[in-house]
Design a protein around this ligand. Structure first.
Ligand SMILES: *Cc1c(COP(=O)(O)O)cnc(C)c1O
Length: 377
């Protein structure tokens, strides 16, 4: 959109219309193709996307499901994790991660995160694990992969399923290997604002284990095996990726590597230009696991003031997340205090997400950087 009053235009946290405008003809053609085919559930478009996504992520199997939350529940159920089992979840995440554990019938146990990558702290996983622990869910938060070597070792030693909640980490790598290849499987969300986003709710499970993939597919489709209609082997649920969303996602798969590179180059620029500004702490840099920068999260003791300053400058900023999971009302029954999760408690007060998306223009990057600098003068 062309606007003459450039200084007053709000820079959003994400800009989904800019992305649609850039690929409109491809998207429109794919969507109209689905409408013409009148094949809305399952079918060739779903299969094509599942193949493309599995290949892109470097996993053997991808199963499209209804959303990223269901993906976690379905993977837990497929692994046989449920009633009587404990599942370790990072204290610093979106509630979907822990909600999905409860939905599978298991008990949520929180572990604190690390200060430098904001992901689950392997030492805390060891500390909270018990005889009842069956799985640990690692969240590659903000696009930053967690410290997988140590987490894989802990999971192996304690015989736990390692699940990667990769809702924010499409295409992210740890020593050249992508999410989904480290443990039992990875779950993905294609919520519109994610690095790979549908035009509605959508999600997937990626795994190298064909039996796990088949079981997820069965649970997600009323307990049916592939090709069956009224043979229900178990009670499952209805959580399928529909053909319209699959068609949109398949188009977007053609662009995801390019978009990821753009996010990373914007993050590099922020790193360079915001270094040493005021009391800002920038996201940690890990050469063996570069972030795919789903969010660019800075830290400052003056978070609320900086956020308000940016708002007056027409720049949106967000907090991901303002209340760490154990301190939400939903988990009040667990009786946790800030002493139990000191790092997550502190981060929640200091973190601020500034705009980052592939279409963010050089002029807008300038505006964000300069507005932050003027806050500190
Ligand atoms: C978005 C998100 C989810 C849930 O995805 P939905 O598709 O919205 O259900 C799960 N975990 C994390 C870390 C997320 O960011």
């Amino acid at each position: 959109m062309q606007q003459s009053d450039g200084e007053m235009r709000t820079i959003p946290l994400v800009d989904l219309s800019a992305q649609y405008r850039a690929i409109k003809s491809e998207i429109d053609e794919a969507v109209l193709g689905v409408l013409d085919s009148a094949s809305f559930i399952g079918g060739p478009r779903l299969e094509a996307f599942e193949r493309a996504f599995a290949q892109g992520q470097g996993v053997a199997h991808c199963v499209g499901v209804g959303n990223g939350t269901d993906a976690i529940t379905l993977l837990l159920r497929a692994l046989g994790v449920g009633s009587g089992d404990e599942v370790i979840v990072p204290a610093n995440s979106f509630i979907a991660t822990s909600e999905a554990v409860t939905a599978a019938g298991a008990r949520v146990v929180f572990a604190d995160c690390r200060e430098d990558d904001a992901c689950i702290d392997p030492r805390e996983v060891e500390r909270v694990a018990t005889q009842k622990t069956k799985a640990v869910i690692v969240v590659h938060l903000y696009g930053q992969m967690a410290e997988m070597d140590r987490l894989v070792a802990i999971a192996k030693k304690r015989n736990l399923f390692l699940i990667e909640d990769s809702a924010q980490a499409h295409c992210a790598e740890y020593r050249g290997k992508r999410a989904g290849t480290f443990g039992a499987g990875a779950t993905f969300s294609f919520y519109p604002g994610k690095n790979l986003g549908a035009y509605g709710d959508a999600g997937a499970v990626g795994t190298n284990d064909p039996a796990v993939a088949e079981s997820v597919r069965m649970f997600a489709n009323h307990g049916r095996k592939k090709g069956e209609k009224y043979d229900h082997h178990i009670e499952g649920m209805n959580s399928r990726l529909d053909a319209l969303q699959a068609a949109v996602l398949e188009v977007k798969m053609r662009h995801i590597e390019d978009w990821t590179a753009k996010r990373q180059s914007i993050a590099d620029e922020y790193q360079e230009r915001l270094q040493g500004v005021g009391d800002l702490v920038l996201p940690g840099l890990f050469s063996e696991r570069p972030s795919v920068s789903h969010l660019f999260v800075v830290r400052t003791k003056q978070r609320d003031l900086l956020r308000e300053h940016l708002r007056t400058q027409g720049i949106e900023a967000g907090v991901h997340y303002p209340i760490a999971l154990p301190f939400l009302e939903a988990y009040a029954h667990l009786g946790h205090t800030e002493k139990d999760f000191p790092v997550s408690a502190r981060l929640a007060k200091e973190i601020l997400s500034i705009p980052i998306y592939p279409e963010l223009s050089p002029e807008d990057i300038d505006r964000v950087v300069n507005s932050i600098k003027t806050f500190y003068v």
